[in-house]
Structures are given as C-alpha cells and as structure tokens.
Design a binder for this molecule. Structure first.
Ligand code: NAD
Length: 481
C-alpha cells in the first residue's frame, strides 16, 4: 500500500511532503499520505468553485453521478475495505459494511425526491420556495468511520448542487484518498476534491475564503474551533460532535436481552462510535443480572487484528485515544470502581485494550461524565426514574440515548424526556439514510441525513412571480388595503 495521491480538479496530485499512516493493530507505519500545501488547497477550492457553475445546473447529471458513485464503491469494496482495516483497525467484515453503507447513502440521495414547495398560486402571484445550493463545501471527517461519515456529507451536498473539498483525519486518510481516485472517472473534474494533511489543514479549510459551508464531524473541542473560524465570513456550519449516550434500563426489562443488545451498542467499532452507549443506568433490582450479562459478553468477545476473520473487535485507532482510554479506566479504578472483566491494555503490540465493564461506579467519575470513545463501559445503579432521567440529561452532551423495557410505551415516554437528537426505544445505534441525525447542546449544530440533512446544504430562496400588470400587488399592501 504505497500510492496514495490527492484528487484536485480531477487530477492525481502528489505533494512534496508526506506523513506516515500507522496500522493500529501493530503500531507500525505502513503507508504515507500527501501533506497538502496551502497552494494545493487553493487549487482544490478554485476547481470546486469552477466546477460548481455547471454542476448546479444539471440535476439529472447529479442524480446519475450519485448512482455511478454507488456502483464504483460496490465494485471496489474489497480493495477499500482492506485499506480501511489497515488504517482504522476495524474487522474486515465491518470495513466492508462501511463501504456498502457509503454506497447506499449515495443511492438514497440519488433517489430522494425534492418536490416543489408552492406557497401561493392565485390571481396575484405564483410563489415557490426553492432550495438553492450553498456553493462550495469544506468537509472534514474523523477517524472512526472515515468513509461512511464522509458520504453522509458528500451524497447530500452533491445532490443539492454543491461541490466539495473533503479532508479525512490524518489517522485514516488512505481510504478517502483511494475513493477520490476511484471516483475521478464518474464525475466532472472539481466536483469532489480530496486532500490530506494534519489538523492544520482543517483549520486552513475553515478559514478559507472560497467555501460557503463547513460540514464537520469530530470532537466538541475542535467543533468549537471550527465554529469560531467560520464565523467571520458567516460560513454556514453543520457540526456533528461527540456524545456520552446514556442507556436507561427500566425495571421491567429482561436482563439477558438488554445486556446482549447494550453490549453490541456499546462496543461496536470497539466503542469508537459517536452515538455508542457510553454509560448504562440500571435499577438496583436488575443491577447484578445486567452486570453479569454484560461481563459475560465482554469476556467472551474475540479481540484481534481486523484481518483475522475471527476478530469481532479490533484495536483502538490511535495512540492518543489509547492513552485516553487507559487513563479514564485507571481513574475509575482508583476512585473505587471495579472491573468485572478487563481493565487494562492487552500485552501485545498495537493499541489493544481489554473489553472492560466497570461497576460500583457513580456519576461524577470521569468515565461516566466524559466521552470515553473506547472499549470500556460504566454501569451505574439507580432507584428513581425521574432522578435517572435528570442525571442522564445533566450534561453538555446531547447526541442520543436509549431506554429499554418490556412495556414499550412506558419506555417511549421515558425516552421522550431525553435531551438528545436521537432517542431510541429497545434499540440503540439504529441509523438510516432517511433518519435525521444530530446533537442537542454541545453534541452538534444541525443534522445530517434525510431531507433535513439535504436542506443543510442549501439556501432557501423565495421565487415570487407577480401576476399583476403593474407589479404593485405587494402582499403587505393587500393586507393593509
Ligand atoms: P477531532 O476533532 O480531533 O478531528 C476531526 C477532524 O477535524 C480531523 O480531520 C482533524 O484533522 C480535523 N481538525 C483538527 N483540528 C482542526 C481545526 N482546528 N480546524 C478544522 N479541522 C480540524 O476528532 P476525532 O478524534 O478525529 O474524532 C473523534 C470525535 O468525533 C469524538 O468526539 C466523536 O464522538 C466525534 N464524532 C462525532 C460524530 C457525529 O456524527 N456526531 C461521528 C463520529 C465521531
């Protein structure tokens, strides 16, 4: 795996400098990615601006291109998945799913109907509300789902008539660079530019004068910097940020069922999912049983190199995140929590951490209050349902949450009280291209997916055609006449 180039104006672009990409399963640099210069970034934005002039005019071409993109992704899934596993660490089967999901998002938006919205059609006027593209979009993605999260942006932005410069995380640039290369043949040059570099490149993008919109997925800390950087020239901003999702188990839940499902939703992608379950609240009456179920799952799950077909969980993606998980677990243990299984890094090369269940733990412990983003799950006991809803909500986070119980109506009523963008009942992590996804509070601004996500890549224009001969039939004058 050596040849990774940027895509700018439809061309393969190398850079004078490059940076190493580490395989988290062994800690070794296995490939290099180009370090985009400011001049190359200018060229990428200029080509996006140039391409947008024609791209915005041909909806048929845009829809067909999205379908062609999906075909190209499906056709190259094996190659892309291998790169994704090497740079991200996730098992190959999940890497394949990530590529398929990206293709499915393209297909969804290719076929999403955008009916005209006529708000007046009478003797005075014909008035339509029309969604216009914002222009050029700067898109920045994190390392946990480099491809899927990119396509949550690429597919709606392109359908709406925008063009894009896309930057993946420096931890996982390769799959996105490869996709840029694969898609050169299926779209006009400049429509989708892919650049790579460090965090500084992201900062250059958000401050750049050409893009009218920044679509960002990443941490809250960086999201705030992005909002500040975009503010001076009033760039439109969508921020998909971190979460600390609570799962609340009700006293009528079946412990065996919920512990299996919650384990899956907490340890998916090795816990590195923005909307994974990150803290579990269990009534005292079920606490021992739910802990036992979660512990059994965590103790049995096979952790290993993502290229090993038996591995269900891979390594943590990068060294800083590995250190953070170690630190949060050590802090919990030092403050009276108990690991019923796991609790430490695995004794092998790479960034492997034992799947960990933490009990005898309380709100106020860092791993309960902060986003751990890794394979360690705190289980907190509660007595009173109103109190636990209050505790679930008393945080700056508000991405998603779930409530679990046999009486689904009662669980739905509790879920409706959660202050978050997605409230699940008897499931968690159920995501779909048609379902809006976004965060309350510090977990984000705006949403992705569905017609709501598409709208975020548009400006609203009222197109008002007067039907009077003298042009004087202003609605306001007719109201006052
Ligand atoms: P991060 O904020 O460190 O980096 C995200 C991206 O921002 C990277 O491409 C990075 O290079 C870039 N970047 C860094 N500094 C920048 C700056 N000053 N200006 C512009 N761009 C900059 O996040 P991460 O560690 O890659 O990802 C993990 C975080 O992302 C977690 O908090 C997770 O919850 C969150 N996340 C959120 C969602 C969501 O949809 N809400 C999805 C996935 C991940």
């Amino acid at each position: 795996m050596s040849d990774f180039a940027m895509t700018i104006g439809g061309d393969s672009i190398a850079a004078a400098d490059s940076f190493g990409v580490i395989n988290p399963a062994n800690g070794d640099v296995f490939a290099h990615a180009p370090e985009c210069t400011t001049h190359q970034l200018d060229a990428a934005f200029d080509s996006a601006a140039m391409a947008q002039r024609h791209w915005k005019l041909d909806e048929g071409l845009r829809r067909q291109t999205l379908l062609d993109m999906a075909d190209a992704l499906f056709a190259s899934a094996g190659e892309l998945a291998a790169i994704l596993t090497a740079e991200q660490g996730k098992p190959l089967a999940e890497a394949n799913i990530e590529v398929f999901a990206s293709a499915i998002w393209c297909q969804y938006f290719a076929n999403l109907e955008t009916p005209p919205h006529i708000i007046q059609d009478d003797a005075e006027a014909f008035v339509e509300v029309i969604r216009r593209p914002v222009g050029v979009v700067a898109a920045i993605t994190p390392w946990n789902f480099p491809l899927t999260l990119a396509f949550w942006k690429v597919a709606p932005a392109l359908l709406a008539g925008n063009t894009m410069v896309l930057k993946p995380s420096p931890y996982t640039p390769l799959t996105t660079l490869k996709v840029g290369e694969l898609l050169r043949d299926v779209m006009p040059p400049g429509v989708l530019n892919v650049v790579s570099g460090g965090d500084q490149l992201g900062a250059w993008m958000t401050a750049h004068p050409v893009p009218n919109k920044v679509s960002f997925t990443g941490s809250i800390e960086t999201g705030k910097l992005v909002a500040q950087s975009a503010a001076p020239d009033l760039k439109r901003v969508t921020l998909e940020l971190g979460g600390n999702d609570p799962a609340i188990v009700l006293d009528d839940a079946d412990p065996a069922v919920v512990s299996r499902a919650i384990f899956a939703a907490a340890f998916a992608n090795n816990g590195q999912v923005c909307s994974a379950v990150k803290r579990v609240y269990v009534p005292e009456s079920l606490y021992a049983d739910v802990v036992e179920g979660l512990t059994a799952q965590a103790a049995a799950v096979k952790v290993g190199d993502g290229t090993d077909a038996d591995s269900r969980l891979g390594p943590i993606n990068n060294a800083p995140q590995f250190e953070r998980v170690k630190e949060l677990v050590a802090d919990a243990l030092a403050n009276g929590a108990r690991a019923t299984t796991g609790g430490k890094a695995m004794d092998r090369p790479g960034y492997f951490f034992e799947p960990t269940i933490l009990t005898d733990i309380h709100d106020g412990t860092r791993i309960v209050d902060e986003e751990q983003f890794g394979p360690a799950l705190p289980v907190v006991a509660y007595r009173d349902i109103d109190d636990v809803v209050e505790r679930a909500n008393s945080t700056h986070f508000g991405l998603s949450g779930s409530v679990w119980g046999t009486d689904a109506d009662r669980a739905a009523e509790v879920a409706s009280r959660l202050e978050c963008g997605t409230a699940w009942v008897n499931t968690h992590l159920a995501l779909a291209p048609q379902q809006p996804f976004g965060g309350f509070k510090w977990s984000g601004m705006g949403v992705e997916n569905g017609p709501w996500g598409l709208a975020e890549f548009t400006e609203v224009q009222a197109l008002h055609r007067s039907k009077s001969s003298d042009g004087l039939n202003l609605s306001i004058s007719s109201i006052y006449s």
